[in-house]
Design a protein around this ligand. Structure first.
Ligand code: SF4
Ligand code: SF4
Length: 441
């Protein structure tokens, strides 16, 4: 049998004694000495009997070589199809209200004041009950508007969904995306203990003055920045918080100071439950600030951010470790849905509450419509077929691609991903953990 080198081997580092590779299809590191590396590079020249060739057998085991007649793109496509159509678990993003207690200039949502009713909540719960049998998990993300404005519904539904999962021996997971204004200790305790919510994503867009201009509390008596920071500080001992910083030209010069503030003034440096990442404000957010960065310019900012984070708290790089993704996001899954307060289904978070993007409604038989099909049948962008990182991002946000002619939508450029992989490996080596990724030859 002849073998060839995997297209998805990425050289991360090289010294006199070894070459460090990352295979993005398997999401695995392999450290090769000269002999192994030499064999890898000459692999396509000879017929090989794997059973009688220890080195080649190892290269094969870690996915660094594959059979000469296998097209790895077909493997990626197969993984994508399995992920798209599998019905192993149930996953819903539930917007319990479209109302919000903030008015952020870049927000893309329409805020009607409707909260989900008990009637709609019961229909969603019934739907879960009727379909949960033999599922491997139920995964709920509470979303809005601001979901904590409808905490009673979150509580009501959680109790019922958890009971259904217990009765059927199905693991239950949940998470919440909140602006953080109402995420005080009492609420976080209720979320964790009663609703089994494992953590929250909260947005902080700069130091006090900047944040308060961008994340504007509708109640003028509330200082948005101080309230959110104090809330995080009061729950960090038991509740995971992932801080998202939305970045554009108006706040990018403050990222370093914000990081210093979190790590040193708030003393969150060694807090396992608090991590920070940055995200680009995109034009699709109807950016009224008119100051969005291009992907390339944002990548430079993210590189600086990662460097600074690594310098101040290198273990935090673990939060950036890439996952293998067979599809770009849940919108491409047949059974995934975002549900609005009226019980309407959508494919994408950014379409929730907008009637023209509806793909169905809970408790009603609905025909498959074009909004649904356009997410299911999306090709991989042409330029991504030549990209070694394809299995880590699958072309990027499907919704953006629907409106840009299916062009690649890299959320990190290739340079920064390589750097993150190198940094991650350094931290991993220092910790000398065994038996977990990355594997090392
Ligand atoms: S979106 Fe960018 S990083 Fe992702 S596969 Fe395509 S070219 Fe590569
Ligand atoms: S399609 Fe894009 S915006 Fe919508 S949920 Fe997926 S990644 Fe997010």
């Amino acid at each position: 049998m002849k073998y060839k080198e995997s297209f998805y081997n990425i050289e991360i580092d090289r010294t006199d004694n070894f070459v460090l590779l990352f295979n993005s299809l398997r999401c695995v590191y392999v450290k090769l000495n000269e002999e192994y590396y030499g064999r890898l590079k000459s692999i396509s020249l000879t017929d090989i009997d794997l059973e009688n060739d220890v080195i080649t057998k190892d290269l094969y085991k870690y996915g660094l070589i594959i059979e000469d007649d296998v097209d790895e793109m077909d493997i990626l496509k197969l993984n994508g199809e399995i992920s798209k159509y599998n019905n192993l678990g149930m996953g819903y993003t539930i917007a319990v209200t479209m109302d919000c207690n903030m008015a952020c200039p870049y927000c893309y949502e329409r805020h009607d004041k409707t909260n989900m009713t008990i009637d709609v909540a019961d229909k969603i719960v019934d739907n879960v009950k009727n379909n949960i049998k033999d599922k491997k998990f139920l995964d709920i993300c509470w979303y809005g508007g601001e979901p904590l404005l409808a905490l009673d519904i979150v509580e009501y539904m959680s109790e019922k969904l958890i009971k259904i999962c217990e009765d059927n021996d199905v693991p239950y997971y949940s998470f919440i995306v909140t602006n953080g204004l109402k995420l005080n200790r009492e609420t976080a305790e209720l979320l964790k203990n009663k609703c089994k919510v494992s953590g929250a994503q909260v947005t902080i867009d700069g130091l006090e003055e900047t944040h308060n201009k961008r994340r504007i509390s509708l109640d003028k008596n509330i200082n948005s920045f101080n309230t959110i920071v104090n809330n995080i500080d009061s729950i960090k001992d038991f509740f995971k918080v992932s801080i998202r910083v939305n970045v554009d030209k108006d706040n990018s010069n403050e990222i370093d100071k914000l990081l210093d503030y979190f790590l040193y003034e708030m003393n969150w440096k060694d807090e396992k439950n608090v991590n920070t990442y940055i995200a680009r404000v995109e034009d699709k957010n109807r950016c009224s600030l008119a100051s969005c960065y291009s992907v390339l310019d944002f990548n430079k900012i993210e590189q600086n951010f990662v460097d600074k984070l690594f310098e101040l708290n290198r273990k935090s790089i673990k939060n950036f470790y890439p996952r293998s993704m067979a599809i770009a996001c849940g919108a491409q899954q047949l059974y995934g849905a975002v549900i609005d307060p009226h019980g309407n289904y959508y494919k994408c978070w950014e379409e929730v509450g907008i009637d023209k993007y509806k793909v169905g409604s809970v408790g009603k038989t609905s025909r498959i419509n074009k909004n649904f099909l356009k997410y299911i049948y999306m090709d991989i962008p042409d330029e991504c077929r030549e990209c070694k990182y394809l299995s880590l991002c699958n072309g990027g946000c499907p919704r953006t691609r629907l409106y840009n002619g299916n062009k690649s939508c890299c959320y990190r450029n290739l340079g920064i991903m390589k750097d993150i992989l190198k940094k991650y490996y350094i931290v991993w080596s220092e910790e000398k953990r065994e038996g977990s990724l990355p594997e090392v030859k």
